[in-house]
Design a protein around this ligand. Structure first.
Ligand SMILES: [Zn+2]
Length: 349
């Protein structure tokens, strides 16, 4: 049983029934409308991962047809039903890291992504420094991707280890940053006797089938007073801009959870941690209103054979904008809710 990709116009929507019938797919900015399709036998009902209740209410239907629900007991937001656990690893084969589709972020291996990730790593560390969290000696990054964050931290003289479930990105990490130990696997595969004073999981927890187990395992790997730093798309941003306008519901369809700071705080206290700081970064979280206009213009230029001449003409502008983007991005701050949530949780003594 495998995962199928197709264009929305090819979807056999009539074969789906009731609430699983998808609306027209959105055209995410800079992405194709390639869409994962799930059949009912590939999906499974689940309980709330935070409190264990089966008391959820439907709040949104994503363009891929999957339903977003919210637990009425604790407020956690998640997909239900969702793809069966055994199908999830198939999402993260090499194509996830190289192709532009409705999952992933495009090409992880490009220089553009490497530069953006190094800038983002520096922004995260600057935010932590401003929050009074500067020194740590031994760091683990879970979901390290191609290793840029590990590289930046390693250059500060910190002992660093990276782990990721995808073999392709770990192979790339090892070739880029030879002095850093990188492992293929999950947090469960690490030696429980080896402790860290800092664990980073940046844009990871929304992908997991069992975040509760993740928080438990992470806390067990932390030294006393060690901290866990998490970044994830902020559900508070969805509430602020409206579900129909929130970028997070219209791309990255591999996401299974949508966390608020309140939900993460509950996980923290459940596992013997407390919240040190809560910050917000990234853009305003609204999906691109111009995406359809851009697509129409692109198609018109394609039909008139003008697409490549126009692209070549605009190449210097695109290049400068691309180079400036990391520098112009705002750092994490506490005052205004934005698309990305950064939280630091410290292990109680
Ligand atoms: Zn719950």
């Amino acid at each position: 049983m495998g995962i199928g990709f197709c264009y929305p116009s090819d979807r056999e929507r009539d074969a789906q029934s009731g609430p699983l019938t998808a609306p027209s797919a959105g055209l995410g900015r800079g992405r194709t409308n390639l869409m994962i399709t799930w059949t009912e036998d590939q999906l499974a009902e689940c309980r709330c991962n935070l409190c264990g209740a089966s008391n959820d209410v439907h709040i949104f239907q994503r363009p891929d047809g999957l339903r977003v629900v919210q637990c009425e007991d604790c407020g956690l937001v998640y997909l239900n039903p969702r793809p069966k656990d055994e199908l999830i690893p198939e999402l993260y084969d090499k194509s996830f890291f190289t192709s532009r589709s409705s999952i992933g972020i495009g090409n992880y291996f490009s220089d553009k992504t490497r530069i953006a990730k190094i800038s983002d790593a520096k922004r995260s560390l600057l935010a932590l420094k401003e929050a009074g969290i500067e020194s740590f000696r031994k760091m683990l990054e879970v979901g390290c991707g191609t290793g840029e964050f590990c590289h930046v931290v390693h250059n500060r003289g910190t002992n660093v280890t990276g782990i990721d479930i995808a073999e392709s990105v770990i192979a790339e990490s090892r070739s880029r940053y030879e002095k850093i130990p990188f492992h293929v696997g999950t947090i469960k595969d690490l030696d429980p006797e080896t402790k860290y004073d800092a664990v980073f999981a940046r844009e990871v927890i929304e992908h997991l089938t069992d975040p509760d187990a993740f928080f438990g395992k992470t806390c067990a790997l932390l030294e006393k007073n060690g901290f866990l730093c998490i970044t994830t798309p902020s559900f508070e941003c969805a509430e602020r801009v409206g579900f129909d306008n929130w970028h997070g519901f219209f791309c990255s369809f591999e996401h299974l959870y949508f966390f608020s700071s309140a939900a993460i705080s509950k996980y923290a206290s459940k596992h013997g941690m407390y919240v040190v700081c809560t910050l917000y970064g990234g853009g305003n979280g609204q999906k691109g209103n111009q995406s359809m206009t851009r697509e129409v213009i692109r198609r018109m230029l394609t039909w008139t054979y003008l697409l490549w001449p126009v692209r070549n003409l605009l190449w210097p502008v695109r290049k400068i904008r691309r180079m400036m983007r990391p520098m112009l991005s705002q750092n994490y701050q506490a005052e205004e809710i934005r698309h990305n949530l950064l939280m630091v949780l410290r292990k109680c003594q």
